[in-house]
Design a protein around this ligand. Structure first.
Ligand SMILES: [Zn+2]
Length: 447
């Protein structure tokens, strides 16, 4: 029954008379329209005269900061709309002028002439050309974002020289990492045929584990300086928290986030049996030790309540479903011919680049579900922190974090459902207050 349903869907997608180019263009315009409506709703929510009651009650965010956070949100929204408009025109131009088949032809010739390679090398060349193109378009936007927008709100601490060096480092890294990774993906798809979904998910799992080792030791230090946290009150408090939960604490690092921006943060990284804590220097300068420990107790909640493997599993499931969708386009002759490819020419790399555009609404639903899962983990980690007794400090720390990042304290409900993987501040404060009440009444009963 399910088998025949799947067969029917596959037949529908691969029928010869489907005009995929039109579907993709119409889909892109719909997607643009939908996201613009969400942005406009969010923009309106950022024009409200006062913050939600949960925020006013804390007395920690004054009217000036509130207005500043709203202006920052609005400025980000305007910038996002501008970026989206450029990318819409770019995508339509790509399809209208059949740029994909042209790039593919050029890549095939380049691969054969200079590298004696076949479709896999041509796929890498195609990806690098498209990557270079989007970098060229993205550079002025990134420059504006860093040196005009972030600067205006006092976040940017980066010099032009550091920005150039950072960009060069990222390009070199992309040039080193893209060829082997893409080659592996293309080979897995070619070699395993219909079973490729399973093996590609397995490959993603291996990559994730490798990233846990390589990112903190090799990649992150290319961009930032990590120094061990000095002995003292804060270090002792963190060690006590870790010991009380039998957390496998490795080293505690302070990262010089302040050389680039004043945004602040904290996170755990590493393997299950040896975890490092990374604190932004900006977090340390803006919070008391108790507040920092409260933030870490939330992070520890993610570990204690097994969110990390759970989120990894749900991420892999999400990826698996995406790969299954990709499978609908791999040998899909109507898909490639409507994009302007010669008969029989069906490059896997092109399917990889375009399939999610053809399935916009489906991938949007997957993203939505993933956000809901992450959000429920965030609430759960907050509850964990409250039960350990960090409720009050967690609240002030969250407000401080919010203030120093000028995150919006208010949001449109629909916008938030679609975009936010974390609940916004008033939602979190409300849930923390509720949990603190539960804890209090439970303690009373016990007395
Ligand atoms: Zn969290």
């Amino acid at each position: 029954m399910l088998g025949s349903l799947v067969d029917n869907v596959v037949d529908m997608f691969q029928a010869s008379n489907v005009d995929w180019k039109k579907i993709i263009i119409v889909g892109a315009i719909f997607d643009f329209g939908f996201k613009t409506v969400l942005d406009v709703l969010q923009y309106r929510s950022q024009c409200r005269a006062s913050p939600p009651a949960e925020i006013t009650k804390t007395g920690l965010i004054d009217q000036t900061t509130f207005i500043k956070s709203q202006n920052y949100s609005k400025s980000k929204l305007r910038f996002g709309m501008f970026e989206r408009t450029i990318s819409l025109f770019q995508n339509i131009a790509f399809l209208k002028y059949n740029l994909l088949p042209k790039i593919w032809e050029y890549s095939k010739v380049t691969a054969a002439t200079y590298f004696h390679g076949g479709d896999i090398v041509a796929g890498i060349v195609t990806m690098l050309i498209i990557g270079a193109g989007s970098t060229v378009v993205g550079l002025p936007l990134d420059w504006y974002h860093t040196f005009v927008m972030e600067k205006k709100f006092g976040f940017n601490k980066q010099t032009f020289k550091l920005w150039v060096v950072d960009n060069i480092k990222s390009w070199v890294l992309a040039l080193i990492l893209t060829p082997p990774l893409l080659a592996a993906i293309l080979m897995i798809i070619n070699y395993f045929g219909k079973m490729f979904v399973f093996y590609l998910v397995l490959f993603m799992l291996v990559l994730n584990v490798l990233a846990m080792i390589i990112y903190p030791t090799i990649i992150a230090p290319i961009f930032n300086k990590y120094e061990p946290l000095e002995d003292g009150e804060l270090k002792t408090a963190i060690e006590n928290l870790a010991a009380s939960q039998s957390f496998p604490l490795g080293r505690i690092y302070v990262v010089d986030g302040s050389t680039r921006s004043t945004h602040s943060n904290a996170y755990f990284i590493g393997l299950p049996w040896y975890k490092q804590i990374v604190l932004y220097d900006t977090l340390i300068s803006e919070n008391t030790s108790d507040e920092i420990v409260a933030v870490l107790s939330h992070e520890l909640g993610h570990w204690k309540r097994n969110h990390i493997p759970f989120l990894l599993a749900s991420g892999l499931l999400n990826a698996g479903l995406n790969f299954a969708f990709l499978g609908l386009f791999l040998d899909n002759a109507s898909f490639f011919s409507s994009l302007g490819f010669n008969a029989g020419d069906m490059p896997t790399v092109v399917a990889l680049l375009v399939f999610s555009d053809a399935l916009g609404p489906l991938t949007a639903i997957l993203q939505l579900v993933q956000n809901l899962i992450v959000r429920s983990c965030e609430y759960d980690a907050d509850r964990f922190s409250v039960r350990l007794g960090y409720g009050e400090n967690l609240k002030t720390a969250l407000v401080n974090l919010n203030k120093s990042n000028l995150s919006s304290v208010d949001a449109d409900r629909l916008y938030s459902t679609f975009y936010h993987s974390h609940p916004i501040l008033p939602e979190r404060l409300r849930a923390i207050n509720e949990e603190m009440d539960v804890k209090k009444s439970a303690e009373k009963k016990r007395q």
